[in-house]
Design a protein around this ligand. Sequence first.
Ligand code: TRP
Length: 444
Amino acid sequence: MASNPASRESFSSKFGIIAAVAGSAIGLGNIWRFPYVLGENGGGAFLLLYLFFVVVIGVPVMISEFLIGRKARLNIFGAFKLLAPGKPWYLVGVMGVGVAFMILAFYSVVAGWTLHYVFLAATNHLTGKGPAEIVQVFETLKVNLWIPVFWTLLFLALSAFIVRSGIKKGIEKYTKILMPVLFVIILLLDIRAITLDGASEGLAFLFSPDFSSINGRVVLEALGQAFFSLSIGMGVLATYGSYIRKSDSLGGTALTVSLADTMIAVLAGVAIFPAAFAFGLEPNQGPGLVFVTLPNIFNQMAGGYIFALLFFVLLSIAALTSSISLLEVVVAYFVEQLKMTRKVATWVATGIMAFFGILCALYSKLFGAFDFVSSNIILPLGGFFVVIFVGFVLGNKSAREEMEADGKRARYFVPFMFIVKFVAPIAIALVFLNGLGLLNFLFQ
Ligand code: TRP
């Protein structure tokens, strides 16, 4: 990405920014990760915690990342170096590069499963199967290991090709049309799911909170899911922020994207849990959840073949627009800090990701560890430093200046700064210590 502030382009419309940021945010995190993590953490109470964290921590962290990027008109490392010269803040950016590797390793495995399901849907391998057979289809991925490895590598190659050839803008043009189509398909799935016999149990699981299921670990996972789904805590959105025009509102952009992202996650849950209960599947079965529930709904719909195919194609595209935002961070770092050419940077980054991606495809323990540590530990830690930076290094004057660059008074500025300085950092620290069992240890 260009680092010369004068020549830096901007998004040409408000909708362009929103589509690009939503492209990064909306992905497997909403449709694959949210339901499976919610299912493992007791349901409704997790949903409430998640919504709370999106509003109270997610939106302010997103605004903060935009603010840092737009202020410096640079990516996160460049921004930290420019805004806090000679200080070690840029290490937060380096941490972001590390976590991008971790996320993309397991992300490309799940995206690989999605591509495999495109193939299965197209070749009519999902229709006419009962729930037990559909579970069996997913299980074969654990036996024939070369299948997931193949699709993982194919997905990484696609991401690399897009990042390398700079056709990201072209892709974003299509996602503006395709993501609303995905939204409509999920709505249709919802309608079919909630009219299934036995659906009400699933709706109750999702919407009637059982507070006895809450413990430190559940709270930590809800926070981690909020970070993962919104693409925050890694500095990706600083780069996007650097392209937002001064005349556009940072708060408005963050709110719109967070709302759309959260809506897609909840609607995915409304399709998956009623179906899981109706077909006698366990809600807490882990990462395979979406792949074993949804095909059953397609089988109960007129035109199920087409819907299944369209759904998995669109989910693959949603995964792709997210993965390119992850890969871009690493490539930008290699280009700007290690002085590689863009081509070399892309292939070196992809090569390393492929290595870890294969390991994640083969060893579910490593997959689980990368998934848990990146979302629940490293992203919130990144978010913690981002808000501290905006609150105490940039400070009120500088932050307000950037926030009001559109010439309008930011009425939410005072509560925003209060959250950024105190509420968010303290909440993240507490959730952390509690979730990792360190509070018990300290207060024993
Ligand atoms: N938010 C994406 C999803 O929900 C994943 C993702 C893309 C991401 N870029 C990120 C997560 C940066 C954390 C940080 O699928």
